[in-house]
Design a protein around this ligand. Structure first.
Ligand code: FNR
Length: 378
């Protein structure tokens, strides 16, 4: 309504409302290197495509006269009350698309009450993002360093700064073959982007021969060496509990047996995710594995989902297939690129409105009551 009413006064939205055009709109305002870093996938892009194709295989079957005028999008995930089943996925190095980076994202998220998940590879520190996020709900995503004391320090800082849930990303213990970035010879971390959590960490700094202010390249290489190649074992998960008393979520689960192992290890949740198709080329579409995983472990831990979510209908489908909430990746980064905090808010408000209308028009009233019976596989 707001947008149509503005139209009466001759105004059109500052930025497209079409989820299919967000990527192109971002391409217009970004240099090819950062744009390629955000939009790109692993290898030949087969997993990026598979994520979308998986959504296309499911169709919503709308019901009529269900009195869906009064709808509820609100839900609770791992003790976090949320206005909608939506979180902002952890995305590192956000200053490559906008100077305000994660600070803008944190402000936009807080203004809508949507939880953000801060990446370890953030361009702003854990504490600065928390300050920008204010009273907003926030979770912290860990790239798990080899050095246990550095790890403990990051976790205690996140806890002190009000992050309530720990998300441990398992699928990026080394970076994939990403041809777009390789062709550009572009890795933002080597320019010092996405290093704020590490460089501001007292324990990490104590590991350096020289302060990062005096020798930034050595500090960067030291950090990359600490997180790259760190494929920890399942038996190391309990050690995280020593430094984190809140819920722990494993991100990057694609196999039903891994989901079971996460539950066996006492984890509180998982994110069914293939990192937006950025890690294993030719991997299964993330939505394709969601139903069996939700059926196997949905009663033992909370199942979240990401990779390929673009529309309200996508969220309805993921929830109907067993996700409790979804994480949004690239679309909000495109909003950030276009308009900083306002751009992120524009994308989120559009997606939430689209979700609200799709829930109602398909004859549903509460997102917590969606079930596979509202879909048909086509
Ligand atoms: C990511 N993602 C990611 N995940 C994570 O756990 N830590 C991180 O630092 C990053 N960084 C990152 C940067 C960029 C530019 C992108 C696009 C993605 C993955 C992210 O959390 C999420 O899993 C995917 O983005 C979801 O897929 P869609 O929504 O982008 O299709």
């Amino acid at each position: 309504n707001e947008l149509y009413l503005q139209g009466l006064a001759g105004a059109v939205p500052p930025f497209t409302t079409d989820p299919g055009k967000l990527e192109d709109a971002a391409r217009q305002v970004l240099d090819p290197k950062p744009f390629g870093y955000v939009a790109g996938g692993a290898g030949a892009g087969a997993t990026v495509r598979a994520n979308r194709e998986a959504f296309d295989r499911w169709r919503i079957v709308p019901r009529m006269l269900t009195d869906a005028t009064d709808r509820r999008l609100a839900t609770t995930v791992l003790g976090t009350a949320m206005p909608a089943p939506l979180l902002l996925a952890p995305v590192g190095v956000q200053t490559i698309v906008h100077p305000d980076g994660e600070l803008a994202t944190a402000r936009a998220a807080a203004s809508l009450g949507v939880p953000m998940v801060l990446s370890t590879a953030s361009s702003h520190s854990i504490e600065d993002v928390a300050a920008a996020n204010g009273e907003g709900p926030r979770w912290f995503q860990l790239y798990w360093p080899h050095d246990p004391e550095v790890c403990a320090s990051l976790l205690s800082r996140a806890k002190d700064a009000g992050y309530t849930v720990l998300v441990v990303t398992l699928d990026t213990w080394t970076l994939a073959w990403r041809p777009t970035d390789l062709d550009h010879a572009y890795l933002p971390f080597l320019n010092g982007e996405g290093m704020a959590c590490a460089l501001s960490d007292p324990v990490f700094r104590s590991r350096l021969d020289k302060a990062p202010e005096d020798d930034l390249p050595s500090a960067i290489l030291r950090w990359l060496g600490m997180v790259n190649g760190a494929d920890h074992g399942w038996n190391q998960l309990p050690a995280l509990r020593e430094h984190w008393d809140g819920p722990i979520v494993l991100k990057g689960i694609q196999h039903v047996d891994d989901a079971r192992r996460a539950a066996d290890a006492g984890m509180d949740g998982i994110v069914v995710s293939n990192h937006g198709g950025r890690q294993v080329d030719g991997a299964v579409g993330s939505l394709d594995v969601l139903p069996e995983i939700a059926a196997a472990v949905g009663d033992r831990l909370e199942v979240l989902f990401d990779s390929g979510v673009r529309t309200g209908a996508d969220i309805v489908k993921a929830l109907a297939l067993g996700a409790r909430a979804v994480l949004l990746g690239r679309p909000y980064v495109y909003g950030l690129a276009h308009g900083g905090e306002d751009g992120v808010r524009h994308v989120l408000r559009g997606l939430l409105a689209d979700l609200d209308m799709t829930v109602g028009l398909s004859g549903n009233r509460a997102v917590t009551a969606l079930h596979p019976g509202i879909l048909r596989r086509s």
